[in-house]
Design a protein around this ligand. Sequence first.
Ligand SMILES: *Cc1c(COP(=O)(O)O)cnc(C)c1O
Length: 394
Amino acid sequence: MYKEMDSEYVLNTYPRNYVNFKHGQNATLFDDKGKDYIDFTSGIGVTSVGHGNARLATAIADQASNLIHTSNLYLIEPQAKLAKKISELYGQNVGTFFANSGAEANEGAIKLARKYGQKNFDGKRYKIITLAHSFHGRTITTVKATGQDSFHKPDFSPYPKGFSYEPNIEAIYSAVDDETVAVMIELVQGEGGVQPFDKEEIQKLALFLKEKEILFIVDEVQTGIYRSGEFLATNLYDIQPDIITLAKGLAGGVPIGAVVTTHKDIFEVGDHGSTFGGNFLSARAGLEVLDILESYKNSGELDEAFIYFDEKLKEFGSMFPKLFGEVVGLGLMRGLRCFDSTDLSALIDIAFKEGVLVLKSGRNTLRFLPPLTISKAEIDEGFKRLTNAYKTIN
Ligand SMILES: *Cc1c(COP(=O)(O)O)cnc(C)c1O
């Protein structure tokens, strides 16, 4: 019944699975028939503190009963606190602009970079270099910033000018010219195969860009908020980019995006804005999520989850060498390379029937993005069900 309703009234832009989830607890989801599923996706890296998190739910309910929204024309206390918290956890003196999604955060970063080019280089610098296999969002500009041709359908043309893609980090050096204003990359390409870049390679690039006064934008929409094991993957790589964008895991499922920058003086009043961005509800949720995850990290539980997941993932991959090759990724952003993409798609379908949700990344990677708070029992159960799924297709 809801399937028909959805098909009739919701625009058809997703390959939708019509399971009807009713509630969840940490990394476990329950559908309308009472069947449970281990969630190795966290809503594509969003429900960082799990489903049904009591602390987050209480904070949201408390905030909702007082104020949800007043607009950015007035002080928003939780927004100011969240911006300060981001600066403290990152360990750099940064300012933040709040938006509502990853694409919007990247739009903001691109606007900031363009203005930097106008202000400091008389408008001569405006080009932005990104990488092949990257993903930066679905707006006209961020889809153009995305380095995958399949996203640049002529149906939506014309696209904005000034974006080009390089096949790898090394190629960026010869691609920059007098008109390059910024380089934008992910440190681990989430949609492009969960492949982390090499730390030294990134540090060398950061140094080069600093010398050239070209802005370094790191899209941490997926890697940020402890997904990599540190607050930001930027912390893990030990770099200081000019701009960092955040979204997905920041408010545990309440829509939010953030442009974080050391260049606090580029944007002036009127340059950028958002009706909803950083309102009472999303900022309060963000504060609670960061509070939960900070203590989870400090207590050692987060590292324990990473180590346990890593162990089980490797065990699972090595059980089936006919299908699985390399184990990739870091923290709780992991992947298993598959030798056959048809088998991979079949496995994901059967895994769903067995009661475990997993994702695909790129053409041939089985992707795992569980809640950061996933329990050992949930990890065990998830891999048990995946093993059953594998045995079903073989
Ligand atoms: C998901 C994602 C985006 C887009 O975020 P939305 O909230 O869907 O707009 C951008 N960049 C990266 C790296 C992402 O993973």
